[in-house]
Design a protein around this ligand. Structure first.
Ligand code: THU
Length: 130
C-alpha cells in the first residue's frame, strides 16, 4: 500500500470522528507488517480527559485482534475538512506506538513521511526499568 493510499484511509477514518467538543476530527490508518490496515478516529467524552486519540484507537483495535507488528501509520486531522495541514501525533500516542514500533516505523502526515525516531528520539521502554 502506498503512503498516499494510507493517508486517504486516514482521511476516511476521520469522517467517523466523534468530536462534539473540539470539533477537530482525526483519523489514523495503521499498516501491519502483513499488509492489513486498522483505522481509528478520535472519540471524545463529556468528561474531557477520557477522550482517546485516533492513533491509539487504531493501535488498540489492532492489538486486540492479535496484530503487534506494524510498519507505518498515517494521521490526518482537521477542524474544517481540509486535511492538507500536517496533524502531528501527541506524546501519549507516540509513547503507545513506541511500545510496538522501532525507530524506522513510518509516520505519514500530509507533509510526507517521518520516522518514529524523528518525533521520539529517546524513549521510556522496557529497558528503562532494568
Ligand atoms: N487528537 C488525536 O486524535 N490525535 C492526536 O495525536 C492529537 C489530538 C484529538 C484529541 C481530541 O479529540 C482532538 O484531537 C483535539 O485535541
Amino acid at each position: 500500500m502506498s503512503n498516499d493510499e494510507l493517508y486517504a484511509a486516514a482521511v476516511k477514518a476521520a469522517k467517523k470522528s466523534y468530536s462534539n467538543y473540539s470539533h477537530f476530527t482525526v483519523g489514523a490508518a495503521l499498516l501491519t507488517s502483513d499488509g492489513k490496515v486498522f483505522t481509528g478516529c478520535n472519540i471524545e467524552n463529556a468528561s474531557y480527559s477520557l477522550t482517546i486519540c485516533a492513533e491509539r484507537t487504531a493501535v488498540f483495535k489492532a492489538v486486540s485482534e492479535g496484530y503487534t507488528d506494524f510498519e507505518a501509520i498515517a494521521i490526518a486531522g482537521s477542524g474544517n475538512d481540509d486535511f492538507s495541514k500536517p496533524c502531528f501525533p501527541c506524546g501519549a500516542c507516540l509513547q503507545v506506538l513506541s511500545e510496538f514500533c522501532g525507530d524506522s516505523f513510518r509516520i505519514i502526515l500530509s507533509d510526507g513521511e517521518h520516522s518514529l525516531s524523528d518525533f521520539l528520539p529517546k524513549r521510556f521502554n522496557e529497558d528503562s526499568m532494568k
